[in-house]
Design a protein around this ligand. Structure first.
Ligand SMILES: [Zn+2]
Length: 317
């Protein structure tokens, strides 16, 4: 991808940002005010080997830094899948050969600046918390509604982690005890009904088509009032309501924001999802929690990665 560059504003603190996803690796320079000054991306190709891919990251960041004439204070990395606090990549199905690689150590040695790594959903949470829908909100949950469902939890202003630093897998909360089989090995996970892939698979099983429909096509047919897709979306909204009511009942957060590709079709489901959520909240009333949309859109990945560094930098002050 051709790099896009903006003029750097004066002496603003800048971080390098690396967003590692299943289809592309994006690199950028982001200011402490959340502005993406420059970005470039290249395809994720794990068969080329982790070191060759990260060498390209180093080259891109050095090039962007030179073009902008800025010095990076540090680098934040958001990577899909499990990561650990030592900056090591966990087992990610579409990053074969990356497992166990000391990513932050490698990049720190080559870029001469501190590097921090987080799960990409946690990085997106930090971005929305700092610059978007979660501002001034110490108790905040972000749900990413894309091919799968992910998210992160902010409690008392800090990223929530389980024992041993485990990242909570929001998309795999079980909403039907004997439900559909999920890619995680479980059954009835939220993602198998409301993730883009899960929704498409669910519809294909129930209403087989010669060419399986994607989530956007399913929503488009429901928008036209076509059956059985209106009913599919009704069940989608009920499943969304169940999962969101679970989050409200368990955590009673001040705000939950939803983001991700499926929200492009939100005109078909957003108000019904809000109603379904309200109807399922009882002991912790629905009005406890504001249900809102994320604000950062496509820039969330890079701003999130940079936020990983900014968070660590503030902690060390
Ligand atoms: Zn699952």
């Amino acid at each position: 991808m051709k790099p896009s560059i903006q003029n750097p504003p004066g002496d603003v603190l800048c971080a390098g940002a690396v967003d590692i996803g299943g289809t592309k690796i994006a690199c950028g320079v982001v200011t402490a005010t959340g502005e993406v000054l420059a970005e470039a991306a290249f395809p994720t190709a794990p068969e080329r080997g982790v070191e060759r891919q990260l060498k390209t990251v180093v080259e891109y960041l050095e090039e962007l830094q030179t073009r902008l004439g800025v010095q990076l204070s540090g680098i934040g990395v958001g990577c899909t899948g499990p990561v650990d606090s030592r900056g090591v990549v966990g087992q990610v199905p579409f990053l074969p050969g990356w497992e166990g690689f000391a990513l932050t150590e490698y990049l720190t040695a080559r870029l001469g600046a501190p590097v921090f790594l987080e799960n990409d959903a946690d990085a997106a949470l930090l971005a929305e918390a700092r610059f978007g829908a979660g501002r001034s909100c110490p108790s905040f949950i972000l749900v990413t509604l894309g091919t799968g469902i992910g998210g992160g939890i902010l409690r008392d202003g800090l990223l929530y982690r389980g024992v041993g630093g485990v990242h909570p897998e929001i998309g795999h909360m079980i909403i039907h005890a004997d439900g559909r089989v999920c890619s995680c090995g479980g059954r009835g996970c939220w993602e198998t009904y409301c993730g883009g892939q899960g929704l498409a698979d669910w519809v294909q099983e129930a209403y087989p088509q010669p060419a399986p429909l994607g989530a956007a096509q399913i929503f488009a047919r429901a928008r036209q009032g076509r059956r059985p897709y209106v009913d599919v979306v009704r069940r989608f909204c009920a499943a969304m309501g169940a999962a969101l009511a679970n989050l409200i009942t368990l955590f009673a957060p001040q705000r939950i924001a939803l983001t991700g590709g499926l929200l492009q079709s939100r005109d078909v489901f957003w108000s019904a999802v809000q109603q379904e959520t309200q109807a399922r909240c009882h002991l912790v009333p629905a009005h406890t929690t504001e249900l809102v949309l994320g604000q950062l859109g496509v820039s969330a990945g890079l701003v999130g990665a940079a936020s990983v560094f900014f968070m660590q930098q503030e902690r060390s002050l």
